[in-house]
Design a protein around this ligand. Structure first.
Ligand SMILES: [Zn+2]
Ligand SMILES: [Zn+2]
Length: 632
């Protein structure tokens, strides 16, 4: 072994990190949490590769990302142990460390609520007081399967079936988890654990799978570090879209329709501005706007595969005619029917259908979260039907479009390439082709991405775009999916130039993902201070006194005639209060109109406090320039 100071350490073959640490000193052995070698980290219990440089991470590396990860992942196991004890019958899924914390996914027998986190946290604290140590063992896949079958843990059984390499188990406090590690030696370094929130998560990230409950938390090597972290979160909360949504009068929720926002006039202005943008750009890029039904008979969902894979997230409607119907959770099957309603020739392709219909998904109540997880979803959806030869150019088109859309908002989502899942339809050869086409497209456009192994839809691989909210939760925005399976299930073909029928490919794509989630992300991204073109009220007029009202209303009419959004605050409040409120409402421009003002000289206040005197004409020129930033 070679240590960081270049000294060499003589150890027997197969020596573990812990043995190496002991050879250096007992203190190090006690404090070691990880071994880092050539940029990779491994469990201290594992044998070291021979002749490699190694570095120990210890309990003193309190801000090292790897040292924090192993601590937090260990805390996730404590969480699972606590939940199993408190909720008999619960099923455990997975619990990895993430940026700033960890989570663990569970299937609870009964839904739990945010209030329950306190009780679970207390149980973790109790475990920490008692102390836990982690034991690692390696066993065969068959033995692991048997073990988790006996423990009635179906998710673990499924994970064993797809695990590669040796199967390792980690046990602490009577709880055994299937886990690659690495883990701490014991729980002593975990000085502070905090459970932060609840969310819904699909098993394996596939929305056709069971929805699980995700508990988020974080852990630190010291209470002071946790406190500093919580303080940062508190700051971030002022950007929370749920809070700003109420404060800015954009939307609210009502228990009579959980998970479905009520859009107030101001929120609807944002919604419609995005809708206009969507329509305009679709028109420019050769999409056709269509409208398909909201309710379909069961047979359609069987054909599409949703009945099998997605039924529990669908709102079903039994009707008197003896048939079962469901409200659509996605537009795809309707668009398949539309395409299949006529004979299609190669001359018709590519055919791009766009529709922003309301969709409904039966998310668990515990999983709902503001606008970012709702039951009423409006996707900026489209399906591109094309030939095999057209796939590359159509993917190019979707990626150029994607860059354009996110660029307008200054968003930089992370791209994930989601590859074939275990329950995929179609052959490996077909998936080699569709995955390859997406990879090449990403490469052509020089888009960095990470790979989500097995995270694709059952019908095809996809490029998913992720954004993080103020609570550091990652949400999917857009998606681009390449699909050979669903059109095949619907028997869709086109007539080629050779007079033969050929299979047709479909690209499913959305950029906002859903209007609801996108607006939620935008509220946080801008902290409610929307750019001029998106702001619900672009100009506020404040008459100083009663005798200025007439002039102010004339001004309003004039500015509205140019297509801008104006309101007037003529309440019997002090001038100072009205100006302050315009600021709180984050309105881009405010004009205070008194004796000295005229169309030639307006007292203009910009959001943020900058003041100037401008003529009405000059102000309108500025407004037009602001709007031109998104093109017309
Ligand atoms: Zn683990
Ligand atoms: Zn689709």
């Amino acid at each position: 072994m070679i240590l960081p100071d270049s000294t060499e350490l003589e150890l027997p073959d197969g020596a573990t990190g812990l043995e190496a640490a002991r050879a250096i000193g007992p203190k190090l052995a006690e404090q070691a949490v990880l071994v880092r070698s050539n940029g990779r980290v491994q469990d201290v219990r594992l044998p070291l590769a021979e002749g490699q440089p190694i570095q120990f991470l210890t309990t003193r590396d309190t801000s090292d990302p790897d040292a924090l990860s192993v601590l937090r992942h260990s805390a996730a196991h404590l969480l699972a142990e606590a939940v199993r004890r408190l909720y008999p019958g619960v099923k455990v899924a997975i619990g990895p460390p993430i940026e700033n914390g960890f989570y663990y996914d569970f299937q609870f027998p009964e839904p739990i609520r945010e209030d329950d986190l306190e009780r679970i946290e207390a149980e973790i604290d109790r475990e920490l007081e008692e102390g836990r140590s982690w034991e690692r063992e390696e066993i065969s896949a068959a033995a692991a399967k048997q073990r988790f079958l006996e423990e009635n843990e179906p998710y673990k059984v499924e994970l064993v079936a797809t695990a590669e390499g040796p199967i390792s188990l980690y046990t602490q406090g009577g709880f055994t988890d299937l886990c690659r590690g690495p883990h701490l030696q014991d729980s002593a370094p975990i000085k502070a654990v905090k459970l932060t929130s609840l969310a819904g998560a699909y098993w394996r990230g596939d929305e056709r799978n069971t929805q699980l409950t995700r508990i988020y938390g974080t852990a630190f090597y010291s209470q002071a570090d946790l406190d500093a972290h919580l303080e940062r979160l508190e700051q971030a909360k002022t950007r929370d879209h749920r809070r700003l949504g109420l404060q800015l009068d954009l939307f609210h929720f009502d228990e009579h329709s959980p998970g479905s926002p009520f859009w107030h006039p101001k929120g609807m202005t944002i919604f419609n501005t995005l809708e206009e943008l969507r329509r305009r750009e679709n028109r420019r890029r050769g999409y056709h706007e269509v409208k398909t039904p909201l309710i379909y008979e069961k047979a359609l969902w069987v054909t599409s595969g949703h009945w099998d894979k997605f039924r529990e997230n669908m709102f079903l409607i039994p009707l008197d005619d003896g048939h079962e119907y469901a409200i659509k959770p996605m537009n795809c099957p309707g668009h398949m029917l539309l395409f299949g309603s006529a004979l299609r020739s190669y001359r018709d392709l590519p055919l791009r259908y766009a529709e922003a219909a309301p969709l409904h998904r039966d998310e668990l109540a515990g999983a709902l979260h503001g606008l970012t997880r709702v039951r009423h979803v409006t996707q900026d959806d489209a399906h591109i039907f094309c030939t095999r030869e057209q796939i590359d150019s159509e993917l190019d088109g979707t990626l150029v479009y994607l860059r354009y859309v996110y660029g307008l908002f200054g968003l930089e989502p992370r791209a994930e390439l989601s590859t074939r899942p275990d329950n995929k339809l179609g052959t490996d050869e077909e998936w080699d082709f569709t995955e390859g086409a997406l990879i090449q497209a990403l490469d052509r456009h020089e888009i960095d991405y990470f790979v989500g192994e097995g995270e694709g839809s059952f019908y095809g691989p996809k490029i998913d775009l992720h954004m993080t909210d103020v609570l550091d939760r990652s949400w999917q925005l857009g998606t681009i999916q390449l699909d050979a399976q669903m059109p095949a299930r619907f028997g869709l073909t086109y007539m080629g130039a050779d007079n033969h029928e050929h299979p047709v490919f479909v690209i499913h794509r959305a950029y906002f993902g859903s209007f609801e989630r996108f607006i939620g992300i935008l509220v946080e991204h801008y902290a409610g201070a929307f750019p001029f073109w998106l702001a619900p009220v672009q100009l506020r007029l404040i008459p100083v006194a009663e005798n200025h009202r007439e002039a102010v209303h004339a001004l309003r009419t004039r500015v509205e005639a140019d297509g801008f959004r104006v309101d007037v605050d003529e309440r019997e409040e002090t001038l100072g209060k009205r100006v302050r409120e315009a600021e709180v409402e984050k309105i881009p421009f405010t004009v205070v109109y008194g004796d000295k003002e005229s169309d030639e000289a307006l007292a203009v206040r910009e959001r943020g406090g900058e003041q100037s005197t401008r003529s009405l004409e000059a102000l309108l020129v500025d407004f037009r320039a602001e709007v031109a930033t998104i093109g017309t």
